[in-house]
Write a protein that binds this ligand. Structure first.
Ligand code: GLU
Length: 304
């Protein structure tokens, strides 16, 4: 099975389908993106790197960054982080408040906004310069220093961040946010504003396909068990309330973001990043989901 040939064939097929998605318009800056962008890049544990389309163009990775902040908090604190949040799919929208009341301010998992806000709080409590330290951690994953936050996207999201502000304050009322909500939210908005290309993304997520070890320098980022657990969480909670469908149709561990990006992992084999900005009704990239479904079907390779 040749990953390069399969990518080329599927890319051609998906380039031609009608894009039935819509741009995420609730963050003003995201509504201005060129909706025709389409890129894909694969990085394999056997050193293949291959991209097509707009794979070198940076885009707003949004919630994909929640995996990175989780990995950093997990590396620093280990299993203690699970005292502050759960590992179950929520079955509700990514920005929902409803379960928090019954769950006493403990978010169901780290990939809904509530969970990522708690992880942001944990990082602030444990780092002297959270924003700089997180960026340094992310850059170290692939050795690429050309990765940055976007002040413009962060400000745009903050200007309409009413729900995230509500979530943070609500969780604080249960005592599960230790720092000042404004500080936690600023860090959360910065986190969501990270900009990377498909090429950067698949390179830096490769450690999760490599038992927690960064292939470019052999640094053990997470233990083998932690890496397995992050993949398990992506598998069960990575696609909002379409996670079951992603497991059913694609069969990889993955995480999407409302900027239209998706990262997906096949343990011991590869990480693959896709970007197409228009989203389906569940908030996942319309073409990205189609691409990955066709990719695992044609390559006849998936977790299952
Ligand atoms: N920054 C976005 C928000 O908090 C992230 C949403 C996403 O990509 O799922 O609404």
């Amino acid at each position: 099975m040749n990953h390069k040939e399969v990518i080329q064939e599927v890319f051609k097929k998906i380039s031609d389908i009608k894009d039935e998605g819509k741009l995420a318009s609730y963050i003003p800056e995201l509504a201005n993106i060129d909706a025709t962008k389409f890129g894909v890049h694969i990085s394999t544990t056997s050193s293949l790197k291959h991209g097509l389309g707009n794979f070198q163009e940076k885009f707003s990775i949004q919630s994909i960054s929640k995996v990175l902040s989780l990995c950093f908090a997990y590396k620093i604190l280990g299993e203690a982080i699970w005292d502050r949040l759960g590992v179950e799919p929520s079955g509700t929208a990514f920005n929902s408040l409803v379960q928090l009341e019954n769950d006493n301010g403990i978010p169901r998992n780290p990939f809904i906004n509530a969970g990522a806000i708690v992880i942001s709080d944990i990082l602030i409590s444990n780092l002297s310069n959270p924003k700089e330290d997180l960026l340094a951690f992310i850059r170290s994953l692939s050795g690429n220093n050309d990765i940055n936050y976007s002040a413009k996207i962060a400000a745009s999201e903050k200007s309409v961040g009413y729900r995230n502000i509500a979530l943070c304050n609500f969780i604080k009322s249960f005592g599960n946010i230790k720092n000042e909500p404004t500080k936690v939210l600023d860090f959360y908005f910065d986190l969501c504003s990270l900009e990377l290309s498909c090429e950067h993304l698949s390179d830096l997520f490769l450690f999760l396909a490599n038992n927690g070890k960064a292939p470019h320098n052999n640094n053990q980022i997470l233990t083998k068990s932690q890496s397995k657990r992050i993949n398990a969480l992506m598998q069960t909670c990575g696609f909002y309330d379409e996670s079951g469908e992603f497991a059913f149709k694609v069969g990889l561990a993955g995480k999407s973001g409302v900027g239209g990006g998706i990262i997906a992992i096949l343990p011991n084999q590869y990480s693959i990043a896709v970007w197409s900005p228009k989203l389906n009704e569940k908030g996942n990239s319309y073409k990205g989901m189609n691409f990955l479904e066709n990719f695992t079907t044609l390559s006849e390779q998936s977790i299952f």
